[in-house]
Design a protein around this ligand. Sequence first.
Ligand SMILES: [Zn+2]
Ligand SMILES: [Zn+2]
Length: 1074
Amino acid sequence: MSSGDPGPSSRKVIAKRTLQNAEEVVKAKKPRATKSKGKEKEQSYGQWPQYFHSLFKVYKALNTVLAFVTSRKQLATTFPSIRSSVENITRQPLDMSQVAELKALLPEIITFAYVPRNQIQVNLSTKSSNEPDFSAFSVSNQSNLGLTKEPEHVLLLEFAESWKGTAGGTRASQNEYLLPATRTPAATKKLVEKRNERYIKAIDELLAATPSTEDPVSLLQAAAREHIPLDPAYIKSNPSVDETMHMSIPNSEDRAPVHNILDDLQEQDWYKDQIVERRTVEAREGQTGSLNPPLSATIRKALQSSRNIVSLYSHQAAAISALDSGKDTTRALVNTNDPITVNSKIPLLRVLEHDARATAIFVYPTKALAQDQKIALENILKTCPGLEHIQVFTYDGDTPTEQRAGIRTGASVIFTNFDMIHAAILPHEELWRSFLKNLRLFVADELHYYSGTFGSHVAQIMRRFRRVCAAIGNHSTRFVSCSATIANPLAHMVNIFGLDPSQIQVVTEDGAPTGMKEYLIWRSPYVDEHDPALGRQSSIGEAVDLMRFFMKRGIRVILFCKIRKVCELAMKTLRTELSSEGRHDILERVQAYRGGYSAEERRRIEHDAFTGHLLGIIATNALELGVDIGALDAVLMLGFPVTLASFRQQAGRAGRRKRDSLAIFIAEGLPIDQYYLNNPSELFDKITDNLIVDLDNEIILEAHLQCAAYEMPVCFEDEIYFGPLLKKICRLKLHQDADGWYHTHNKYLPSPSKHVSIRGIQEDKYVLVDVTKSVVSAKILEEIEISRAIFEVYEGGVFIHQGRPYIVQELHHDSKLVKLVQVDVNWITKQRDFTDVNALQTYRIREIKATPHRAYYGRVEIFCQVFGFYKMRHNVILDVVDVESSPWIHETVGLWIDVPDFVLQLLRDKCIKPAAAIHSAEHAFLNRFTLASDIRTECKAEEKEYLKKESRRKRPARLIMYDPVGHGSGVAAKAFEHTSNILHKAWEAVDNCECERGCAKCILSPLCKEGNVVSSKAGALAILKAILDIKIDPDSIPYETDERALRGHDSIVTVSPLHTQSTQNVLIERDRST
Ligand SMILES: [Zn+2]
Ligand SMILES: [Zn+2]
């Protein structure tokens, strides 16, 4: 403990003094009638039953004591700790039942419940100084280090609005936590008065609502009985109490219909009109179809005995018929729980029936999906007489080397991925020749997954693949794909496979029966509906409340979170609340699921989900793809999931044949969520954007031509696969032999595919090790990439896994080892960091058409620095900790455009922050660029721009966009080449948009790392105009009026164009686009 720390005993003295102060204030106060304005209320106050006056006395005492205690923020307010102070003021015993009556009267603003003891502890780590004191009222805490059992509980009493609200609800107000934490005496006094008025109002409302035949006092007393908290420890040791208190969880088959459950939901006392939109999609009967010629008796029997399939749905029959007629097919349906297996597997069975040597490839984007589907196929084959011997294998990165040769020669069917086709199958074409020669079926599922840069790589891999097959004489492979509903499935299949559109049959009708589905849009209620200024309840809290409500009623639910940290926070909150309620029966049936968990752990969770053991899953979009986790009844989405396609994909996770289901979008405070709150119909009706596959990306194309040339020398006739850019790239980048054939350039040899990473370069990983018990019995918790590790693990920080907090004890950068210890705390840490994106060197300069301005392309540095963290509890900062760490610097390429000086001055004259204007202009630019999801920009953070203290970190006045590190994919180069065009479209979009302050159609981006909080539509418009040399009328720029945006300081400085030695020699490229 540092010398400045007063130590536990003196802390207690301080704590005690705080309480005495509170008591004195109340004693000194003259009793007065009420501060209420208006005669009506004063009259009613005089006519109150005497009982409410004495209850008011108790309330006022409580209010004062709590206000003073929390004004110092250091003290946790347990019931026993508050009790004597209140009794000193009122000079009468404080009874639990009185507090329960107050709770019944003002349920929203009073918290009176048992919570796990860890909720009120803060000082576990002895590292930091200036530690706030929660220990005054809690027992020794060091002994809890390493505690793994469920925590014991204490009775907490506090005003909810002192910590609820703002968390995730309205991000805009999160800035408040940067203000000094202690409240001034004047503010405390005001707060006390405001709360007293709430009591008067509540009693008045109660009296007005009570029928003349009833006694309001006994009504309140009766209501209060439900609010007397029960100690979970007592419930646990008295099973009979448990039974009477808890409804048992209905099993999934017996649960009530969704309709009834929603009615029940709206009856709950915590329901405050959160549902702002409700859509019902009625159930639909299935449509069957028939085949000509029909399936053979053996296949029919196999389908029936393995999967209980007796007839085909219309879309299945349509797809199979198309294949029979020699066409390739793609199918796009939204219902991801439909067995996609049938479409592609029946044709396989038919092919195998006729040709025992036939082979097939099934491709899935993840190993887990491939595993799943392989098992499904094996089960069918087992029951199909004559085909039992067919050999099916997975062939992925985990397949042991010694097994690979056997698979190449013995397999009829392999389940694999494009990574393997790229790096293991095509480069060793000679080893696979007989397999490829007999290939009759190529199936790629989840086709929508392949878009953007990754999709562009996959498209070139497929061209290489088809070229090799053709060369060895196989022209009879049929291609089959399935995807979620996408805007243009035909175009996407053509792009990915390079097939002739007339060869493809698209099946979009869906013949499968579906149950009724309810869609809800949910908005968190105000913390206090009488005082909206306090903000809205935390959306994580809402999500967790909904989950608990549904699970208790046997509804199997998945909660999707956008990022890993939120996923863990939700799990932690749920863990706390269920354990407070004593619902360990439910708690043991909930799991978190996200990237970073070990494969083993993920398989276990998937299995638990599939078998129906799990009632609840809290996941990131790692579970968005179709890994079969069994039937779910409800999907909750916490925040808008980045794209409309994701929204629909996630919503499609609930529902199975003929059962009703539910999908709820829980809006967060972010501008993009607000946009969909105001335009709900877009969520359901708007057509999703076309999936982009960039076939003209020269960097990607060259990479795959180098690989293709290694597989078989390339000639100009290969244009039919690789398109018109082939000639140019061959001449410039490949090596030509005497006969005119093109070969791989030497620098790619001996293994060109190793130079081409289709998912970006695999980053080094840090290993997180749990050393709670001992170093000897340490076990690996998870492995995380360096780019995450830098922000997620730092010494003294809290890292959450399965909702359980761990503290980072040691961090070794050399060995990339992180040691963590499980702890029992209820605060989290939030890192303090910044990222600067700096242009270093100019490679190319390009005119911005018809203007004197230029766009630049070149070397860019990403500079990340973590300099400390906050310890936080419910969005309140408990402590500020500095850490020493070296910055993380890495390089990539990007483009930038300098902002003309005069427009910065125009903006400043109108009090618009140049940083907000630049940030919005960057997003407006990216919103008009089709490959935006594969490119990054320097997002401006609220913490920096709207802070009271001026940041020393000034940034150049420049729009900058760059390729993600490790993805040398040429996306930034593409944006650079189309700069003029994109700028024009961005300007038009912003100028023509009818919104007032910016929306998803103009300047807001779902990809913004900082939630679009720092933004200015008017500013973005001015900057775009200035760059495009369009005249700006200064009077057309409105003054900034948003109070939040007026705070803070200007962080932008003018820069002179980047001059490096090379710049003088760079030719300015003309823009000849029309
Ligand atoms: Zn707009
Ligand atoms: Zn941004």
